[in-house]
Write a protein of this length. Structure first.
Lengths: 442, 744
């Protein structure tokens, strides 16, 4: 067994001890010696020098592929939907008319139009797309495997030690399946907790409660250093050192500049903010860019609820234009900053929607064949991988599983596909059970 | 007869270079099961991360660790149109070309052309890919030499492994076996069985696997004392040996002597009081308790303190929390679910059982044999979360027998003796557990009736054979219309001679107080994960059984032990120790104890969410019935979701969110600023900074401040204009110290 995490897979407890080595050791360069001295941390985890990050646009509820990336203009009206296709910068690729911004940068975007899994229920499907495993059949049942964001967070850590590795804007969604489960709470997403488009946007977790003043935090930091003098060599488990490291990091986040500035979207040029669009998705995308620039590894932008069973047109009119603007502006911005090759962009939900409109002018759940979009991160742009049948429906070419998509993401970010972690019973579980990277994109 | 085929093979391999291999000795024919599969295991091909995982790797799947040779033969020879094997040109076979990375291989280069492993595979192909036959010899057991050793630092020891086959032959398989050290920092092991110790001292084991069998090498690396006169160390241990005569303490001291370890000094009274109050009652001592205890001159005061704590209701609450985790008293579901009355009932039953000191054998038997309406028989609520075959088997094995049997659900346990027959035999004990009624308003139905069905079969998943109910490594139980095999299981479990039951409980309890099990992790007992001090485990188990499974008695024995009373501070002669309890191993206060501790010292209770089954004001976190009371502080600090019987689900791993919660959560700020709270009292009182600072230290840390600390605190308080903010800051900074957050 390739033990890429460098641990004995017999030791259930070891799982938890490793948690903070991953994040804790590089943080502010503190206490590394102490951590390595510890008996439970015999082996170092995957050291990553990957420079890549990922921004995810999650379309919770399921976005209609046939009104967006996989248009069927030749199909009868009840399949075709209400939108007209438009040309893009890539000859032969058309998209729905509500995607004009993405049409202008289509040479950077790739679509996988043949994603398929076998489930039409939100919860298990969201679990499948988020974790690579079929999941609970009811939303009230908790997550059973770690999300890909948590795997990324744990295996790569942040690029800049002060930053949280995995951030959710405005907060974790998808029935909670964006969390770390047995990887450990340290790898849950950091919830921004507010709409970045809000006036006077502030991150609740970073803003001081009540009338607590910044000067008090600095006083407390000084006092803590003065009184926190218990001998550190009494603890060989690494927990004490790890906690020291995180306390320093948290104080730095709350009272220091780097993190607060990264979250301070008001520092952006208002013209650029306009380009992203003055709405939640646009400003979330802009915040995501600021965060990966400052050293966050994975940002998930959650874009509301797309479960358009009734009157899909009004739903899409609300969701598509801001999503399009956000993605379009983000790609352009990353190109201008020469960052596109280092930042992977991924847009997906738990499934797509039925090719045939239903009697309520809506579309229902459809997992037989739907589209996800990938861009940047060094993958090929302007590609279409796989195809759906004539009027939508089934996969016509190149069946692609959720795991193939995750394998592509992991490989692009530099995470070894053989990596595995122990679940809460001590059993080693691979981050990818099966699934092969989509070679057409690499 | 031991035939050293290793030598034969190397000679044969040398001969084979450049021409077709032909080894005269017929008996050295390569056998698929014992030779080829062993190579696949040795090279890691069939491991769980590669081709051994359930879905295989890149379309090539092998049985995990080679437990199904027939399957592997099909996979290699027949599948994929036989392209993996090329008998006409063996060295061009895909299996060899891939394993040597001559063609790109996701697993990289596993071996090189001409290596011993390569030659075994190549010869097997050249010989015509002989299939495994029913009468092929199989490995019956492996033995190793030496089995135990005392080693010095930076020394090496060559292990010799012999496989004994069903046809009566045996041979040296040292090079074919797979090795793993359980303490790589103390000693590592090379693929040829050479063990190398490093700079650390302590105990370690090396697990060896070959042909589905395992054996374990146990070794000790004693401390080579330098500097301190040997006679002094010996005198100290001798003194201890003469004064501490209980079997538990004698076994500790004997091990320290063997390993050349000197225990730390005994902890002072204030430290011990805080430690034992937290461990028994989950509660910090008050200032008055500290002062009274320190002033008490009775020689027996430690003993009396332990008794007093065991009589307090907080003892039952604190251990109820632990058992409610292990027994998975989980309440998750929709906000409107009716799970809470049930979880409260089950928690209450656990708490009452502990408070009444119900014997442990009775406690467990009442749970696993529970029947009837869950509203009337609270232990039947265990069956709410434990409801599938896997739940029954794994919960019983892990919670009460200290065995992780999960692996044997799908395949033979790779590091233990358990087979699928063991797994499904235990499952059959529960095959007739029936359920009636209940309504599905949460993850699991509420208010079921548990009863014994007339029928219920468990079949072996591979052979399809009907499984008879069977104890783990124990007898089969009768299964007639009149028998509830759960009762037979309970009788078998609680019998004094049961090898698992008492040991699991004493180990669990020892770990609760010492921060580490004698077997560690506590629920993973197996030959390849031996106790660090078998005598100690035996002594405790004997004491527990003799006492009639008296839990409070067990806790008394452990809390009165010499090791539990030691300082955490290491000395020159035990700094490395993390296995023999030669000093106290500190750990962070658990989520609930930490939150309650902050509430207690600041005199501001936590307000838990209301709603159906709302909790009365003043409820403490250790009294919460289930995990479904939303308290972010508790989740952040590692409260378990109760989805597993493993205590490892409760984690103490530090995280950024914990630090942020301490620093700027609204809850901590609320407790610091509450009008009636301790901080407000300090701001308003007329006492001097010296008096207040002393009170703060006694209250938060259970000790007086030293001179420097008192000076620093009063200097700071004097320098601040806002007296209220000054006290809040001082309190916060002490709450955030590791001294406060840890039991030490």
């Amino acid at each position: 067994m390739l033990r890429a995490d460098g641990t004995s897979f017999q030791n259930c407890d070891g799982v938890t001890r490793r948690n903070f080595l991953q994040v804790g050791a590089p943080v502010l360069g503190l206490s590394l010696a102490g951590l390595l001295r510890s008996e439970t941390l015999a082996a170092a985890p995957t050291a990553s020098h990957s420079r890549k990050s990922i921004i995810v646009f999650w379309t919770h509820g399921g976005m209609s592929q046939q009104d967006t990336y996989d248009m069927k203009p030749e199909a009868p009206a009840e399949y075709r939907g209400m939108y007209t296709p438009i040309e893009t910068t890539v000859p032969g690729i058309i998209v729905g008319e509500r995607f004009p911004q993405q049409a202008k940068i289509m040479h950077h975007l790739s679509q996988v139009r043949s994603v398929h899994h076998d489930n039409g229920i939100h919860a298990p499907s969201a679990h499948w797309m988020q974790t690579g495993h079929f999941g609970p059949t009811l939303a009230r049942i908790g997550q059973q495997q770690p999300s890909f964001g948590s795997v990324i967070s744990r295996s790569l850590g942040p690029q800049q030690p002060q930053m949280p590795a995995y951030v959710a804007v405005p907060k974790a969604e998808a029935f909670g399946y964006q969390r770390a489960h047995y990887l450990g709470k340290a790898y849950n997403p950091f919830d921004v907790g507010a709409d970045p488009n809000g006036e006077d946007f502030k991150v609740p977790n970073l803003s001081l409660p009540g009338d607590l003043k910044l000067s008090s935090i600095n006083t407390r930091r000084r006092l803590l250093a003065q009184f926190d003098t218990i001998r550190r060599d009494i603890d060989r488990s690494g927990v004490m050192d790890g906690l020291d490291t995180f306390k320093a990091q948290a104080l730095e986040m709350v009272a220091g500049d780097h993190v607060r500035e990264a979250f301070d979207i008001s520092k952006e040029d208002p013209k650029l903010r306009d380009r992203y669009g003055r709405h939640q998705y646009g400003q979330s995308a802009l915040l995501a860019r600021r965060l990966v620039e400052a050293g966050t590894r994975c940002v998930t932008v959650n874009t509301g609820y797309w479960d358009h069973h009734d009157n899909i047109e009004s739903g899409l009119e609300e969701h598509l234009p801001p999503l399009d603007r956000a993605i379009g502006a983000l790609v352009e911005d990353l190109v201008e900053r020469d960052m596109l090759d280092d930042v992977l962009i991924y847009c997906a939900g738990e499934f797509g929607r039925t090719p045939l409109m239903n009697g309520h002018a809506g579309r229902d759940h459809w997992s037989n064949c739907f589209t996800v979009m990938l861009a940047g991160g060094g993958i090929q742009g302007g590609r279409v991988v796989g195809a759906s049948e004539k009027w939508g429906g089934g996969v016509k070419e190149r069946l692609t599983s959720p795991l193939d998509v995750l394998a592509t993401i992991y490989q692009t970010l530099g995470i070894p596909l053989e990596l595995h972690y122990e679940d809460s019973t001590g059993r080693p579980v691979s981050i990818i059970d099966s699934g092969r990277p989509i070679r057409e994109l690499l | 007869m031991i035939r050293h085929c290793r030598i034969t093979l190397i000679v044969c391999a040398a001969m084979s270079v450049g021409h077709t291999f032909a080894c005269a000795e017929e008996s050295s024919r390569i056998r698929f099961t014992t030779d080829v599969v062993s190579v696949l295991t040795k090279l890691g091909c069939n491991s769980g991360g590669c081709h051994g995982k359930a879905t295989g790797q890149n379309g090539f799947k092998l049985s995990l660790l080679g437990f199904e040779p027939e399957f592997d033969y099909q996979a290699i020879v027949k599948e994929s149109r036989g392209r993996r094997i090329l008998p006409a040109a063996p060295e061009r076979s895909l299996v060899l070309v891939k394993a040597t990375n001559q063609k790109p291989h996701g697993g990289g280069q596993r071996t090189s052309v001409g290596s011993e492993e390569y030659e075994i595979l190549r010869r097997w192909i050249a010989d015509g890919v002989v299939a495994p036959a029913a009468d092929d010899p199989v490995v019956e057991r492996i033995t190793m030499s030496p089995r135990e050793q005392v080693m010095e630092n930076r020394a090496s020891e060559a292990l010799l492994v012999t496989a004994h086959f069903s046809d009566g032959t045996s041979r040296d398989v040292t090079r074919q076996a797979v090795y793993e050290s359980n303490e790589p920092e103390i000693a590592s092991v090379e693929s040829n069985g050479l063990v190398r110790t490093h700079d650390r001292t302590g105990l370690f084991s090396v697990m060896v696997r070959y042909g589905g069998s395992i054996a374990t090498f146990h070794a000790a690396v004693p401390l080579q004392a330098t500097g301190q006169p040997q006679s002094e160390i010996e005198a100290r241990l001798k003194h201890l040996e003469q004064n501490l005569t209980s079997p538990v303490e004698q076994s500790l001291i004997r091990q320290w002597k063997r390993l050349g370890i000197t225990p730390s000094e005994p902890a002072d009274d204030a430290t011990f009081l805080r430690r034992v109050s937290v461990d028994i009652c989950g509660t910090l001592p008050t200032r008055k308790e500290v002062e009274d205890y320190v002033a008490d001159t009775d020689m027996e005061k430690r003993n009396r303190l332990i008794d007093r704590l065991l009589d307090r209701p907080e003892y039952a609450s604190n251990f109820c929390l632990k058992w409610a985790d292990i027994l998975r008293n989980r309440g998750s579901g929709y906000a409107t679910s009716k799970q809470r009355p049930g979880t409260a009932l089950f928690s209450g039953w656990i708490r009452d059982s502990l408070a009444a000191n119900k014997p442990y054998d009775q406690f467990v038997a009442e749970i696993i044999t529970a029947s009837g309406d869950q509203n009337e028989n609270p232990p039947a609520i265990w069956y709410r979360q434990v409801r599938t075959q896997a739940d029954y088997v794994e919960s019983v094995a892990q919670a009460f027998l200290g065995v992780r049997i999960q692996c044997a659900q799908c395949h033979h346990h790779p590091f233990d003796r358990w087979s699928q027959a063991d797994y499904y035999g235990l499952a059959a004990v529960f095959s007739r557990v029936g359920r009636k009624g209940g309504f599905a308003d949460a993850e699991v139905p509420t208010n079921e009736v548990i009863y014994l069905k007339d029928k219920g079969d468990v079949l072996h998943p591979r052979s399809g054979r009907l499984m008879r109910p069977k104890a783990l490594g124990g007898p089969e139980f009768p299964l007639t219309g009149y028998d509830d095999p759960r009762r037979s299981l309970a009788r078998w479990m609680v019998a004094p001679e049961n090898p698992f039951f008492a040991r699991t409980m004493v180990n669990r309890t020892w770990a609760h107080f010492h921060g580490r099990g004698i077997i560690h992790p506590i629920d993973d007992a197996r030959d390849s994960n031996p106790p660090t001090n078998p005598e100690l485990l035996d002594a405790l188990a004997a004491e527990f059984v003799t006492s009639g499974y008296d839990i409070k008695h067990l806790i008394r024995v452990i809390c009165n032990s010499y090791s539990y009373g030691l300082k955490a501070t290491p000395n020159d002669l035990n700094g490395d120790d993390s296995q023999t309890f030669a000093r106290f191993y500190p750990r962070r206060l658990s989520a609930e104890v930490l939150l309650d501790g902050i509430s207690q010292v600041l005199e501001v209770p936590t307000q838990f969410a209301g709603g159906p089954g709302s909790l009365p004001p003043g409820t403490r976190a250790i009294d919460l019935p289930d995990e479904n009371v939303p308290v972010s502080f508790l989740d952040v600090f590692g409260r378990p979701a109760r989805t597993s019987s493993c205590e490892c689900e409760r984690v103490d791993a530090p995280s950024l969110a914990q630090a942020l919660t301490l620093i700027n959560s609204a809850e901590i700020q609320r407790k610091l600023t509450a009008e009636t709270g301790y901080a407000a009292q300090l701001a308003a009182n007329e006492r001097t900074h010296v008096e207040n600072s002393t009170d703060i230290f006694l209250r938060l840390l259970g000790r007086e401040p030293d001179r420097m600390e008192l000076q620093a605190a009063t200097d700071f308080l004097k320098s601040e204009e806002d007296r209220g903010e000054a006290y809040r800051s001082l309190l916060w900074s002490l709450l955030a110290t590791n001294e406060f957050m840890f039991n030490h």
